[in-house]
Structures are given as C-alpha cells and as structure tokens.
Ligand binder design. Structure first.
Ligand SMILES: Cc1ncc(COP(=O)(O)O)c(C=O)c1O
Length: 498
C-alpha cells in the first residue's frame, strides 16, 4: 500500500482492531517513519485506507493522543507530536517561556515582593510590611527554647512529626484556644506554615471555581490572592466604623449561594477596627441559615490598644467558623508558625491538603514554639506590644496631621499594626507609590488590598516597625511625594474627589 504505515492484513477476527492500529502507528512514530509534526490522514481517510469503521479510526487517534504520540488542533488536523527543540545554549533560559504554563505574578504578589525587599534597604522608611517592632522580638527566649529542645530531644529534635502538627504544640495551642475561645482543644488544631498557609489551605479545601466568596475589602493581600487563585468569584464587602458591612453581605446573599465569607473581626488589617457585637450575631445567624463557612483571621486580634480583645467568632459557631492565626505578628514572621482551628469534614480536608503540600511545618520550629508558649513570655510580650503599638499609632496620626492635614481620611485603629488612609484629591495611586519609593518611604498601595477597583487613591500604613521619629520622617517623605505627583498632574491639583 502507498501509506507509510502498513494498514493491510489487520486481524479482524480477534476484535482488537483499535489496538492493532494503535500499535502500528506507535511503531511507525517510534522508528521515525512518521516524523514529529507530520500530519496524519483525517479519520474518514484513515477509515477508508484501513477499511474500518470511522468510529474505530477516531478511537485510534484518541488513544494515540492519550499515549502522547499525537496532538490535534480543531480545524487544523492531527499531527505527530513534536517536542520543543532543546536549548542551543546552556545559558539560554528562553525555552522555559515555551515550556511553562502561562502566568506571571499578579500586581498583588509584586507589591509583596517589593515590600519585602524594601525592609532590607537602610535608606527606606518601611511603612509597607506588617512586621513586629524588631526590638520587641523574644530573641533570648527563643534561643533558650531552641537550646533546651536540643538538650532534651537530641537528634529527636530534628525528626518529622504528625501532619496535623507536633503534639506538644497542638496541645498548647488547644489550651490557649480554649482560654481565648477559638478552639475546644488541640484536636481541632492544624499547624501551618504561617497564617498565610492556613488561609491558602482553607481556600483550596472549601472553594471550587465558580463558587462565590465574599471578602472584606480592603483586607490582607494573601486572603485575596488565595481566593482569587481558586477561580471563584470574589466579591468585596466594604467595612465602616463597625466593621464588615452586613447589609452589603445580605444583598449578595439575596443573589448568590455564598460558599465562604472571609473577615478579620478584631484589629482588622488594614483599618484596625473591630466588628460590632450586633454584627457578629447577625453574621453567625446568617452563616447558620445560609450554610456558608466563615474564615476568621485572628493574627492581629490580640493586639488591642485598650481592654481585652473581642471574643473570637469561632467560639459561638465552631462548625461554621474556621479560625486562622499565627505567631508572626508577635514573635516574628521568620518562625513561620501558624495554625487553623476547625472541626468536622473540613478539618480532615485541611489535614489532607497539608500532607499533600509540605507534610509538616518545620517540626524543629514547632517544638521550639511549643516550649516558648509554655512560659509566660508570650503574654508579657503581648502586653508590651499593645502599649508600644498604641503609642506608635498615635504618633503616625500626629505625623499625618503635621504633614498632610486636610488631604486625607484615615481610620482610627483600635489595635493591630495598620491604619487605612484615603486621599481626598484625585491622584494616581501608582505614580504616588513609585514617587514615594523614590523619596525613600514605602507603603502598601490600596489597589493591592482591595477586592475591587477604586477611583480614590488609598494606602495601608503600617506603624509597628518604625519608631516615632521614623514614622514622622516617613510621613514627611510621603507628603513630599504626594505634592510632587500633584504638581506633575495639573488636573489632579484642581479636581477634588467628592
Ligand atoms: C491579616 C493577616 N492574616 C494573615 C497574615 C499572614 O501571616 P503569616 O506571616 O503568619 O503567614 C498576615 C500577614 O501580614 C495578615 O496581615
């Protein structure tokens, strides 16, 4: 026959015509009779050449595609698969652009990367990264806890541990959770690599593409990134002085079946506000009525400036609320110890995802953290931090009045590390951000932490890392940048935003 693959004398008795044809094509491709990129006859033509049913011909190509021998493009035909050419130069990485799936870091991710780099620059006043005051970090206590861990456990300090977390840390977090009201015991705790991972595991465990998720906006950038990555529809819910806007949530609930609501009910990042008692009750009643999960992020919740922190939501509805927290805002983000508290099937999903992702959060760090948390050091640290951050928040507000009076609206934080500021005049937020970095001050641009586009320039200012003097200098530089951008844009200088 004329075709390159011998299609004659097929075994028509045994009933495996498809297999027989697949074998003959595969052999022809393997030995080079059919070359990469070569076009194969359409299925009807193959059916005619091999004298088989067109359905059999289609099955042959389908199987060859599954085996990786062929590729097909609708409307163009079926081809022998060609592999990308090898890079000609060892140092040339351009081939990766072809080999990798499409995707580049989002604006949100780029802002985080820049902010992390900015902290290391000595000439920069960093108002953009939620790091605790460096002088408050319990360096000596953690060093002692590390030494004691090695002295007691020897090589055992370096062993793997349970996927859910080291038993001693889960127990301790369970006790703390019981006192604070976010967990019944250690059995409800999954230890994670920072609260960031806890949030990501929750997003992946609960949400599927096309689900609807409501997220307090503005919020922590990682919450937006994780839920956007699921392919779910993310709807931003605004907040006011009483926190998360329940009326706005109810309007969404009237239109969509909502899968999850994510918020920070105490010392919210970035406004520093709490959710009011009345709204807490209403939110939990809605969660029960409409069967949605609540993701409660409590990483800043203990850092109230005055009085006790509001009780965690999870204590009131433990089956609906998944609580996430970490040591990052008190002991430091470098330890990467976080956790989630949950129960029921969602708990098992979180553990399964943790196993599939990284098996364990550093067991050594978990053992050190458990030891540290068994002392009163953390409570003392928290008490100091509350005073320190109350003073810094006041210093930041005073600096804003000194350098930018009349130009902004700002939240009045009740706790946490951050303040949310919106500029009254129309100014290009991205230009302001670039100019501020040039002037030597960083902040978190509003667009990176808002779920939806906003007409007004806004920003998160973090007051935990810089001392009072640095805060004043940072805001002075910000004001210089603001005026430079206004001058560059004549329209902005004359057009107030209502
Ligand atoms: C509100 C909020 N949740 C979670 C996180 C993540 O914390 P961690 O450093 O423990 O991953 C942050 C970090 O900035 C945060 O601000």
């Amino acid at each position: 026959m004329s075709y390159k693959v011998d299609l004659s004398q097929l075994d028509r008795e045994s009933g495996s015509l498809t297999q027989e044809l697949v074998r003959r094509f595969a052999e022809a491709i393997d030995d080079g009779r059919l070359a990469p990129g070569e076009r194969l006859p359409p299925t009807r033509e193959l059916a005619r050449l091999a004298d088989v049913n067109p359905l059999t011909a289609a099955r042959v190509y389908k199987r060859l595609r599954e085996l990786g021998y062929l590729s097909a493009t609708v409307g163009r035909g079926t081809f022998v698969r060609s592999l990308p050419p090898f890079a000609s130069d060892e140092l040339d990485d351009d081939w990766q652009a072809v080999a990798l799936p499409s995707g580049k870091p989002s604006v949100r991710e780029r802002v985080i990367q820049e902010a992390m780099r900015g902290v290391a620059r000595p000439d920069m006043v960093s108002l953009g990264v939620g790091l605790p005051a460096l002088e408050s970090l319990p360096v000596a206590e953690l060093a002692a806890a590390a030494a004691a861990t090695f002295a007691e456990l020897g090589a055992g300090a370096l062993a793997y541990t349970d996927v859910e977390g080291a038993p001693e840390l889960r127990d301790r977090l369970g006790q703390i959770g019981q006192q604070q009201g976010y967990a019944a015991d250690g059995e409800e705790i999954v230890v994670t690599t920072g609260a960031r991972q806890a949030i990501d595991l929750v997003a992946r465990a609960v949400v599927r593409p096309d689900d609807v998720v409501c997220i307090e906006s503005p919020t922590y950038v990682g919450i937006l990134s994780s839920f956007e990555a699921t392919g779910a529809r993310v709807i931003g819910i605004p907040s006011d002085a009483d926190g998360f806007d329940l009326d706005a949530l109810e309007r969404v609930l009237a239109r969509y079946p909502v899968k999850l609501v994510a918020l920070q009910p105490a010392c919210h990042n970035p406004t520093g506000r709490h959710l009011s008692v009345e709204r807490r009750e209403r939110l939990l009643a809605l969660a029960r009525e409409r069967s949605f999960f609540v993701l409660e992020d409590g990483v800043y919740a203990r850092l109230t400036f005055d009085g006790d922190p509001p009780a965690p939501l999870r204590g009131r509805a433990p089956g609906h609320v998944i609580y996430v927290d970490s040591l990052s805002k008190t002991v430091g983000g470098g330890l990467r110890i976080g956790w989630a508290a949950a129960r029921g099937p969602v708990f098992n999903r979180l553990v399964a995802l943790k196993l599939a992702t990284d098996l364990n959060t550093s067991p050594l760090d978990q053992r050190i953290a458990a030891r540290y948390l068994s002392t009163h050091g953390h409570e003392r640290l928290l008490a100091d931090a509350r005073v320190r951050y109350r003073v810094r928040a006041a210093a930041l507000r005073a600096a804003l009045e000194r350098h930018l009076a009349g130009e902004y609206e700002a939240s009045e934080p009740l706790g946490g590390n951050n303040l949310w500021l919106t500029l009254k005049r129309r100014v290009d937020e991205r230009a302001l951000y670039a100019e501020a970095l040039r002037q030597g001050v960083s902040f978190t641009p509003g667009h990176s932490v808002l779920a939806e586009e906003s007409q007004r320039a806004s920003m998160r200012l973090t007051f935990s890392l810089a001392d009072e003097e640095e805060l004043d200098e940072g805001i002075r530089r910000l004001a210089v940048a603001f005026r430079a951008v206004l001058r560059a844009d004549r329209f902005a200088a004359t057009a107030p935003v209502s």
